[in-house]
Every structure is written in structure tokens, then in C-alpha cells.
Design a protein around this ligand. Structure first.
Ligand code: CA2
Length: 154
């Protein structure tokens, strides 16, 4: 990568997040995933970053996407949806990366059912942001920008 190319952040969204905006606004907010993607694009631009925004309803496809960006992404933001609580395959794919991972959830997992209190993704993440709805994605971009700047100055 040359000095003039902005670093790319993969933002990976899991099952059912394509339905955002259609139901459950109290939990997840009223924005669609397309709205969130647009906000992330704008915010990333201001941070000197570019984004690769993806969504999949399929665990294997999510593993493939994570493997695909091993060389190209400077960092990852992951909202694995319900697979957060079940997927060792996604955890293993994330553990195989050297790039920083920030976990995001729209809802506050710890105010919800017990089964949502455990996250496999957290074991591969620098940190988790949950409960701030779509704002969490922008907070995660800020966190990654800060980490990447520190790394480049070290
Ligand atoms: O809070 C989050 O971001 C979650 O990752 C969302 C997942 C849930 O399984 C996790 O425990 C927490 C569910 C996403 C489903 O989103 C929908 C949105 C509208 C209508 C139906 C589902």
C-alpha cells in the first residue's frame, strides 16, 4: 500500500441485519443497513479511511469474507448478528488475522436474554461497543482510526 492510499476497514454484518429498519426499531433503531453504510462512508472519509461494507446471512460466507481481506484490510468492524453467540468458525477466522478487530452491536446485549451475554467474537476483538445503535459503528471507526494512528507512529 502506498502512502497516498487510504487504509480500508472491512465492516462485516451478519444474519438478518439486512432487515434493519423494517422491524424492532426500539432495539435496533429505525435506520436501514444502507443508511448505516452511508454514514460509515462519510465518517470514514473524515478519518482518512475507506470502507468495504458487507452483509451475509451465511456463516461460511462470512468466514470466506474474513479470509479474503487478510491482505487488504487494515482493520475490521464486526457485527456478526446472532452468530456472535454461536460461531467458533467466525472466531477462528478472526483469530487468524493480525489486524485489529472491533466488535459492534446495535443493542445492549447485557440488557437482553442471557444467551446474548456471551460473544465468541469478543475473544478476537480489541473491544466491543454495544447499545448505541448505529452510532456504535462510527464509534468503532474512531477507535480503529486511533489504533492505526498509534501503530503507524510506534
Ligand atoms: O444488537 C445487535 O447488533 C445484534 O448483533 C443483532 C442481532 C442479534 O441476534 C444479536 O444478539 C445482537 C439480530 C439482528 C436482527 O436484526 C433485525 C432487524 C430488524 C428486523 C429483524 C431482525
Amino acid at each position: 500500500m502506498t502512502a497516498s492510499m487510504p487504509a480500508t476497514i472491512l465492516i462485516l454484518n451478519g444474519p438478518n441485519l439486512n432487515l434493519l429498519g423494517s422491524r424492532e426499531p426500539d432495539l435496533y433503531g429505525s435506520e436501514t443497513l444502507t443508511d448505516i453504510e452511508a454514514a460509515c462512508h462519510d465518517h470514514a472519509k473524515g478519518l482518512g479511511l475507506t470502507i468495504d461494507f458487507r452483509q451475509s446471512n451465511n456463516e461460511g460466507e462470512m468466514v470466506n469474507i474474513i479470509q479474503e481481506v487478510r491482505e487488504s484490510a487494515a482493520g475490521l468492524i464486526v457485527n456478526a448478528g446472532a452468530l456472535t453467540h454461536t460461531s467458533v468458525a467466525i472466531l477462528d477466522a478472526l483469530l487468524a488475522l493480525e489486524q485489529p478487530v472491533v466488535e459492534v452491536h446495535l443493542s445492549n446485549l447485557f440488557r437482553r436474554e442471557n444467551f446474548r451475554h456471551h460473544s465468541f467474537v469478543s475473544q478476537a476483538a480489541c473491544g466491543m461497543i454495544c447499545g448505541f445503535r448505529s452510532q456504535g459503528y462510527l464509534m468503532a471507526l474512531d477507535a480503529l482510526a486511533h489504533m492505526l494512528k498509534e501503530k503507524s507512529e510506534a
